[in-house]
Design a protein around this ligand. Structure first.
Ligand code: SAH
Ligand code: SF4
Length: 366
């Protein structure tokens, strides 16, 4: 039978509201004027966030009539999985979108003692770092809090173990989307039940936003992608350094550490013959020593960004590490995983959309 009036617009369009993204309080408001709205909303939030269930039939303590009503007005998830890749080392990666085909990725990272996950904060990224596949793919838009928490819940359904740690190290610059990232962190803490101390935000180094984050006083863990202690080297890697050079961004990190009492991390991506010399390491140790921080070394994960970048040898990384350690700096090295499924920043989505094809050009710092 042909559809009448405007209805053809809606053919195939799901107009139901996703519950993921709403607080228990917001769910209660949508259930009003039911008398038991608050109580039912708490139960629903527990299923959606605490137990990560995907459909209403699984919400066993709700009456069948309510479950049917809910299924008419709401969906659970805002996201669709476009691709699911599993690595031989247990790492799993999802490529997701909200129905519009603008894909982004999230990664499940099981360790012996805990399970962590890596979430995206934007579709693409406008910061234009010269070593990063996401950066070279350009930028589409910010993700909503629902789209951020939705990634966590999809990943939680892949494992029977509890994901207790979250890092914002997927696609995008979280501090360019601070309002939604803070809202997502609120949901992860209040509704999912994660400890704020187990949530890490990694930033390219936007000084005003770091200050804003410090002012919230939230005891989340902050990591700065420092990558080089010398401005001329950092500038080559990260256009943002022209706006907020090393001294300014490190001062903001020191202030953040003081304001929150939490150790900060400096991430250092090592690229052969670009930023991996012992002089680079010495400059780095002068910059960060004597203050509660950790330097995390990340060997360059190969992506062809047409810069001729490659990964330093193990010896070279060891020497870099040695210089920092002998200056008393605490150093860790990223254990790399998920190589066989391209789990490095931006790679899977890059393959999916066609290399650097679909998004606008990187614009660097505006
Ligand atoms: N935009 C934020 C968070 C996402 S990127 C930031 O830049 O900090 C997360 C981390 O992946 C950053 O430390 C980034 O420098 C690193 N990264 C990007 N491309 C990489 C590559 N090719 N190899 C290894 N690490 C990379
Ligand atoms: Fe963006 Fe981070 Fe990639 Fe730089 S490294 S382009 S800030 S995602």
């Amino acid at each position: 039978m042909p559809l009448q009036g405007r209805e053809w617009y809606l053919e195939g369009v799901d107009s139901r509201v996703p519950l993921v993204g709403l607080t228990a309080q917001e769910i209660a408001e949508r259930l009003a004027p039911r008398e038991d709205a608050r109580w039912r909303a708490k139960q629903i939030a527990k299923w959606v966030y605490g137990k990560a269930v995907a459909d209403f039939d699984a919400m066993r303590d709700l009456p069948a009539t309510l479950r049917a009503e809910l299924a008419e007005a709401f969906t659970v998830d805002p996201l669709t999985v476009a691709r699911h890749a599993k690595s031989s080392d247990g790492v799993e990666k999802l490529l997701v979108h909200r129905g519009d085909g603008q894909v982004y990725e999230c990664v499940l990272l099981p360790y012996e003692d805990r399970v962590s996950c890596c979430l995206s904060s934007q579709v693409g990224c406008p910061m234009g770092c010269t070593f990063c596949a996401t950066g070279l793919g350009g930028f589409d838009r910010n993700l909503s809090a629902a789209e951020i928490v939705g990634q966590y819940l999809l990943l939680q359904r892949l494992t029977t173990r509890r994901i207790g740690h979250v890092v914002f190290m997927g696609m995008g610059e979280p501090l360019l989307n601070l309002d939604n990232v803070l809202k997502a962190i609120g949901l992860l803490h209040d509704e999912v039940g994660l400890s704020l101390r187990h949530i890490t935000v990694s930033t390219v180094g936007l000084v005003p936003q770091i200050r804003r984050l410090s002012q919230t006083g939230l005891p989340i863990h902050l990591a700065l992608s420092l990558h080089a202690a010398r401005d001329e080297v950092r500038e080559r890697l990260m256009p943002v350094n022209k706006k907020w050079p090393v001294a300014e961004v490190v001062a903001a990190m020191r202030a953040h550490q003081k304001a929150t009492g939490r150790k900060v991390t400096f991430e250092v991506l090592l690229i052969a013959d670009v930023n991996d010399s012992t002089e680079d390491a010495a400059a780095m140790s002068r910059l960060v020593r004597g203050f509660p921080c950790i330097v995390n070394l990340i060997p360059f994960n190969y992506v062809d960004t047409e810069q001729g970048f490659s990964r330093p040898s193990a010896n070279r990384i060891r020497a870099f590490r040695g210089v920092l350690e002998s200056a008393g700096v605490t150093v860790t090295q990223r254990v790399e995983r998920g190589h066989d499924i391209a789990a490095a920043c931006g790679q899977l989505a890059g393959e999916h959309v066609g290399r650097f094809a679909k998004r606008g050009v990187p614009v660097g710092v505006r």
